[in-house]
Design a protein around this ligand. Sequence first.
Ligand code: ADE
Ligand code: ZN
Length: 348
Amino acid sequence: MPDFDRIPRDRLPALLRQMPKAELHIHIEGSLEPELIFRLAERNGVALAYPSVQALREAYAFTDLQSFLDIYYAGASVLLKEADFFDMAWAYFEKAAADNVVHAELFFDPQTHTERGVPIEAVILGLHHACQRAHAEFGITSRLILCFLRHLSEDDAFRTLDAALPYREYFVGVGLDSSERDHPPEKFARVFARCRELGLHVVAHAGEEGPPAYIDSAIDVLKVERIDHGVRCVEDPGLVARLAALRMPLTVCPLSNVKLCVFSSLAAHNLPQLLDAGLVVTINSDDPAYFGGYLNDNFVQTFEALPVLGARHAYTLARNSFEASFVDAPMRADWQRRLDDVFVAAAV
Ligand code: ADE
Ligand code: ZN
């Protein structure tokens, strides 16, 4: 175990950037930067509602989750061809490599594209080829997780699953995203049961804007292996104790939470409280092109705003990201050794 007390505080930002880490909560459509949106719009002859990159960026002033989702789905309208999905994911992997991300589990939203007539094959193969190249060029391993949009029906989710099954080898799990309020996990009980029968991993957004009861039902009804966000669990002490006992990972996204007004500022974020409660918390970027930063921006800005967080927390967060990932034990052990080496070297 590294000697955290011997790591000087001024080493912390560099250590946060340098440490190997996994990203487990990134919507790949949320990595689409305005510059790429405009390039793809021109390439595909798609009309945009904004006259310039700057005007689009200026529209990124969100008041809640729905105000963000409206712009996020409009941004994704430029994605039509397999090459577009490849280019989007490749741009993300270049950022991830610079942030010392060694493993990424990417969410994608097929319904956002199939409802515009894009074949699901173009979505999945474009992303898959970017994953392959990221491994070849950067040594980054990755997995794809297909998300169902919870504002749509369960029947629509079943149709999406059926359309995706010919490409089953390319994704490892399913998730649940989009508008959380008034769309409880129970709405998707049958399709998640089917996914579990198929041997898919299952995760769900819960307790981002929705109540703590949605976290309980994601566990009880959907039988999820991770909760995405989950920050509202602190409103129910019994639930916090349950999450700790289960070692149920929470994929927390600090910059996202501030941009979507879940917390008023990073300084007001409850990450220290979640860590103190012994929860398996990880830090993630969610939709980095929209929320002001990629993974290292989330780490560095969160630690800057919350001085109670130190080297021990940084280590725990990176270690949790490996523990919570959907990879085999030898791979996880290898990353954990690399993480230990970085922290041992940082102690003076
Ligand atoms: N889709 C993309 N980002 C999301 C978020 N933060 N919550 C729910 N659905 C999303
Ligand atoms: Zn999310």
